[in-house]
Design a protein around this ligand. Sequence first.
Ligand SMILES: [Mg+2]
Length: 253
Amino acid sequence: MGPSAPLDDSPPPYGTLVFDCDSTLCGIEGIDELRELGEIAGRRRAEVAALTERAMAGGLALEAVYGRRLELLRPSRAAIEALGRQYVASALPNGREMVAALHALGKRVCIVSGGIRAAVLVLAAHLNLRATEVFAVEVSHDSAGEYLGFDQLSPLARSGGKLGVVLQLARENPRAAVALVGDGATDLEAGPAAQRFVAFGGVVRRPEVFARARVHCDRRDLAALLPLLCSPAEIEQLAEDPAHGSLLRAAQP
Ligand SMILES: [Mg+2]
């Protein structure tokens, strides 16, 4: 299979559901948000924005920009806490309800993100996901809360790293198929580790990601993912519990 061939796809059910964070579970990009929160000069802000755009379009290796962006931003502990609150404030509709439904079906639900773990954990808690199901990049601070650095060994700060993390999740439950939902180039790179990759365009629609994915979602509502992640029998099972009623209605096209 060449690099531009469409990904393979197998229908549900899946045992492990993996979600990207930025522009998938929430409506913002953490790096952009930190840029807005931070007190940094215009030229550096523009440099961060340009690096992010090129990295997300797949034009630059992630490791070439990851550390540089954080070095420009140097996010304090307070800035990362504020980012966590922004993640929750911009959470897409029906995230909590979708997670509750997937848990009710006995699925493992994970977030795999190149974002900053302390901020992603705030969104995860809002979605009722445990910290052990969150895979993201650790950032360290001094005792005053000033930025010290990030975990340079994290695979999620490198191109192709998401693929490795999703492969590991697949290995942890070899009998369960994996579905992966994301909007960006690093999500697409991880697609071959999953039995289904859903290109999510509910926040930002990236043509290069949509071009290779066989399954797409364009609605800014996580309920719309349900029919793409669950089998008809699983949807019927959910319909038996009125607690999932509003989610199932929102899932209708
Ligand atoms: Mg994303």
